[in-house]
Design a protein around this ligand. Structure first.
Ligand SMILES: *[C@@H]1O[C@H](CO)[C@@H](O)[C@H](O)[C@H]1NC(C)=O
Ligand SMILES: *[C@@H]1O[C@H](CO)[C@@H](O)[C@H](O)[C@H]1NC(C)=O
Ligand SMILES: *[C@@H]1O[C@H](CO)[C@@H](O)[C@H](O)[C@H]1NC(C)=O
Ligand SMILES: *[C@@H]1O[C@H](CO)[C@@H](O)[C@H](O)[C@H]1NC(C)=O
Ligand SMILES: *[C@@H]1O[C@H](CO)[C@@H](O)[C@H](O)[C@H]1NC(C)=O
Length: 435
């Protein structure tokens, strides 16, 4: 009897995987309709990761760096994360916490009219609100994050504290190549195709009209998606609305004519470009060269992303724990980081990036609200510059927080969303019955 079940189980597994989609080191399967998914990583892979971390070798340090973390995370950071990973980190516990907190699914979507015309397997979080008047909201994560970015804000959105605030049905997919959405099997999958795929996901879930929230890549993809699907995407909220300054803007700064906001914005972008963008150039150009090293070294990968995560959060409210850094890194390590790394190359080739600069992104005609947090690299963007990229109606300038708004400042971001989408006239959510 037991043997029969096992045989039947394997046959079932083969049928499920008819299209060959899988996630290395997991038992993930992908079918034509949404299926409940729990993370279940092969324990022998976790043992292998642990052993690689245990045997990791730190670079020989040099003295006299000012500040000491200019070249990358310090040896003290490396040691803290290394020691925690070797002695305390418990993946089984991290995995069950995620499974308990977030209802996850897998499916396959077939985008129409996309330049990337293959079937696309997706992993996503989906929480429906108990409220009958809830608004469908697509939440899109970024680099070097994952769907975990939604974890601290999702309950506030599905179950707001009172009935006068809007509630949301939240869908938070993983970009292909990140976490448990398989990396694209061939080239050509940048932000435009991601927008097509996420739109196909919303339609598959029967959300024909919806709003989108995002930061980092989410803030890039949503501009494509809003532009491509004007009758479906009703309204936008973004905590990453970058506008590349024009040569005229730079000239005005040089001549001392820039406003304080314009000056702050240009200086912030310049700091990011001059001091923090090495990662971006290599991911845009030679991601495979990097992926050989980072696939081989879990701790090396964690330090690669920690280098970006550390400077863009507000230390007054938030500090990365070794637990967070490792679990965020695991969202790339499990399937291997190449697909996530090379999404930069696709965005360069698709025109979203132009080397160090941001490219010209599609214009968004739907109403837009932007949330600017002071430790983010684009803080200070003036409203009139923001409007070059779309119909930006509201600019919320925060006095605390950084790049990972939904993770660092979930209450503050939720308040921005409640106030924006709660104004049916201004945000356009009157189509959902919001007054
Ligand atoms: C890791 O966490 C799991 C689930 O909470 C628990 O059963 C297990 O004993 C823990 N392992 C260690 C080594 O603490
Ligand atoms: C794809 O394009 C066709 C023809 O323009 C259009 O009728 C159809 O609605 C489009 N599909 C989607 C999902 O946008
Ligand atoms: C998908 O795109 C490829 C390359 O552009 C093309 O050769 C192929 O015919 C397309 N397939 C469909 C079903 O549109
Ligand atoms: C609903 O909650 C918001 C945010 O906590 C608060 O500002 C508002 O006064 C509350 N409204 C009612 C009717 O309780
Ligand atoms: C969407 O609607 C179709 C047709 O009513 C139904 O078959 C399908 O189960 C629905 N999908 C979801 C995810 O509710």
């Amino acid at each position: 009897m037991a043997l029969n079940l096992v045989l039947f189980g394997s046959l079932f597994f083969l049928i499920q995987n008819a299209q060959g989609f899988s996630i290395p080191n997991t038992d993930a399967t992908f079918q034509e309709t949404p299926r409940s998914f729990n993370i279940n990583v092969d324990p022998s892979f976790i043992t292998d990761v642990h052993s690689r971390v245990q045997h990791a070798r730190a670079p020989v340090q040099i003295d006299g760096l000012t500040p000491p973390d200019k070249d990358g995370p310090t040896l003290a950071d490396w040691t803290t994360i290394h020691d925690y990973w070797v002695n305390e980190y418990n993946w089984t516990e991290a995995q069950s916490n995620i499974n308990r907190q977030l209802h996850q699914f897998t499916t396959i979507v077939h985008p129409q009219n996309s330049s990337y015309n293959s079937s696309i397997p997706l992993h996503f979080v989906h929480h429906r609100s108990p409220r009958t008047d809830a608004i469908p909201l697509l939440f899109i994560h970024g680099w070097p994050g994952s769907f975990l970015e939604v974890s601290k804000i999702i309950d506030r959105l599905t179950n707001p504290p009172n009935a006068s605030l809007p509630a949301f049905h939240v869908v938070a997919p993983s970009i292909p190549g990140f976490a448990f959405s398989p990396a694209p099997q061939h080239a050509g999958f940048g932000s435009g195709p991601a927008a097509h795929a996420f739109h196909a996901l919303m339609l598959q879930l029967n959300y024909t009209k919806y709003v989108i929230d995002g930061g980092d890549y989410g803030g890039v993809i949503l501009r494509y998606q809003a532009h491509l699907f004007p009758s479906n995407v009703v309204s936008i909220s973004s905590n990453f609305w970058v506008i590349q300054p024009s040569s005229e803007d730079l000239r005005r700064l040089e001549e001392g004519l820039a406003t304080p906001d314009e000056t702050t914005y240009i200086r912030n972008l310049e700091t990011f470009i001059n001091e923090q963008s090495g990662y971006r150039i290599i991911q845009e150009h030679n991601p495979l060269a990097l992926a050989y090293a980072l696939t081989d070294s879990p701790l090396g990968f964690a330090m690669w992303i920690y280098n970006l995560m550390a400077p863009v959060v507000d230390p007054r409210d938030f500090a990365w724990t070794p637990q967070d850094v490792i679990t965020w890194a695991m969202m790339y390590i499990i399937q291997g980081p190449y697909g996530g790394l090379r999404f930069y190359k696709e965005n360069l080739e698709g025109g979203a990036f132009e080397g160090f600069a941001f490219g010209t992104l599609p214009y968004v005609s739907q109403p837009v609200m932007i949330s600017e947090l002071p430790y983010d690299l684009w803080f200070g963007l003036p409203l009139d510059w923001a409007q070059r990229g779309g119909n930006v109606k509201v600019r919320n300038v925060h006095d605390r927080g950084g790049h990972f708004a939904a993770y660092e400042r979930p209450q503050a971001l939720a308040e921005d969303l409640w106030s924006w989408y709660g104004d049916g006239e201004l945000s356009g959510t009157k189509v959902f019955g919001v007054k």
